[in-house]
Design a protein. Sequence first.
Length: 259
Amino acid sequence: MAPSKNDREARERLRRYTARQQVYGVQTKRRFRDNVAAIIAVVLVGALGTGAQIVYARGGFSPAPTAASSPSASASAASAVPSKSIAEDRTWTGSLKLNSNVTLGIELDGAKAPQATSVLVTLIKKNFYEGTHCWRMSNGSGAKFLQCGATKADGTGDDGYQFGPLENVPSDSEYKTGVIAMARASTADSQATQFFIVYGPTTLDGTTGGYTVVGKVTSGLSSMEKNITDKGLTPADSATSSTDGAPKVATTITAATIK
């Protein structure tokens, strides 16, 4: 018996419905796959963008780029690193101005840290640091520092290169008040443009090599404390640490000199 017109129309509707469902299923799988790929890409970009310059401090601090008590650096593309011969065997003096009311006298040690000193001298001379951010501080009982030198307020951005080796690292992992040291990631050759200024007793984890002491603050540290660090910080992650985060007084380097 030949199928009726109604039967044929019903089968045709079922065929079209089944075809639509198959197309929908393929599109759904493709969207899911594309979304997963996009998420992975965002995570990878974020991992690069958040920066590598993290100082790991003793005493339970979390080693995360946005919430650690260890001065940190940002990932960057390879570029020409200034030659260590620029600063070798010389002591350099200059100043850093933070905001409009803090001027720090600084001294860089080209004899003990020629590579790091050459980098900072070159960056200062080309006005790189003007407008960069002191985006992070720690005020823990064993880690007191202000981290500076990022081109963006979130702690990312540098001059396009990373360098090593580590130099003039304290053998006892103690960083004295007034020390200026280079921030970095987990490897010795991941130093970049960021540095940290120690304003109180600080012990940093030395198991991955420590941090290059490039110089010291010779004047103005008490002014930095009074106008910036004494005002406190906003924790990056209060669940992890209440002593590491952004200074409540937004701080930028407004001028830098060296000679």
